[in-house]
Write a protein that binds this ligand. Structure first.
Ligand code: AMP
Ligand code: MG
Length: 288
């Protein structure tokens, strides 16, 4: 599968308009995609086992999107085959007062995955250049007034680039997924949430108010991707109008990233092998 057209490693020329939320690549049907996805889930299982055993790298999957783009379903499906022991999902909501008493990366750093694990961020530090920017929440925050410079977003982009490069250089490998849903598809999904009682809980009136800021959000996403797509922490812009394609693509990107780490089960040294032999002999000679 060709992933290049969805991957942004340098954002200067990135234009969100050039990415079609309805794209399904070479796939024409859900059934085809579901088959390919099952295959990826199997591969991911093996790779995750090595990641865990080796206990050196960690994977940090960052998921950002507008409401109803399919973040939760994607996490559920893509990670369905992995061992829960080696995986952790963290959802970032409105910051608590304790969070707000710290710098914005504090709660992020606290929740980073341990080596050997796959960490999934359902929202992330990007909220601090998205919702915080669109609603100018920084004005009412505890940031000192004299640090509220108009260049604050550029500063944050730089801080985020540096932070993510730092993670990469320490073996915590970021994968950033932007689920690119269209405004019309979001409307349909909101309507479905209102009409289906089993989905009512997913809907809040605030979601419609946020939708009113659609263009501001798109500008904020575009600017964020332009300034934070790097070789170490690329952005993947995932067409999300067809959930089955978004999920397949995400699984493909995760498998591809894990494969590029050339993971191996730990090898025992001579002394450890000798000790294994000794244990084998003891077990074989045990009298019942
Ligand atoms: P949900 O993911 O639907 O449970 O909603 C979580 C809400 O928390 C979303 O509306 C986010 O925009 C909001 N949120 C997450 N992080 C921040 C943040 N740093 N500042 C303000 N709101 C945030
Ligand atoms: Mg919500």
């Amino acid at each position: 599968m060709k992933l290049d057209k969805y991957t942004v490693t340098s954002g200067e020329k990135f234009k969100l308009k050039e990415h079609d939320p309805g794209d399904t690549g070479d796939y024409r049907s859900k059934a085809e995609a579901v088959r390919a996805m099952a295959d990826n889930i199997e591969r991911m299982k093996v790779l995750q086992d090595k990641l865990y055993a080796q206990n050196e790298y960690a994977l940090l999957i960052i998921i950002q999107a507008m409401d109803a783009a399919g973040k939760d379903g994607l996490i559920e499906h893509v990670m369905s085959g992995v061992n829960p022991q080696g995986c952790q999902v963290v959802s970032f909501k409105q910051p608590t007062s304790e969070d707000l008493d710290h710098d914005y990366l504090w709660r992020i750093a606290k929740n980073l995955p341990e080596r050997g694990r796959i960490g999934i961020f359902n929202r992330s530090h990007y909220e601090d250049v998205l919702v915080v920017r669109v609603h100018n929440l920084i004005e009412g925050s505890q940031m000192p007034d004299r640090l509220l410079d108009p260049s604050i977003w550029k500063q944050r982009f730089r801080q985020i680039r540096n932070f993510e490069t730092y993670l990469f250089e320490n073996g915590i490998i970021p994968i950033k997924l932007f689920l690119n849903v269209s405004k019309e598809e979001q409307r349909q999904r909101f309507l479905a949430r209102i009409e289906d009682p089993a989905k009512n809980w997913k809907f809040s009136a605030g979601d419609v108010a946020e939708r009113g800021h659609w263009n501001d959000y798109m500008d904020a996403f575009e600017d964020a991707i332009q300034h934070t797509a790097t070789k170490e922490a690329p952005w993947h812009v995932i067409p999300a109008d067809k959930k089955w394609y978004a999920r397949l693509l995400a699984s493909e990107i995760i498998v591809d990233t894990l494969e590029n780490l050339h993971l191996e089960y730990p090898r025992l040294n001579e002394a450890e092998l000798a000790s294994l032999e000794e244990c084998r002999t003891m077990l074989l000679n045990e009298k019942s």
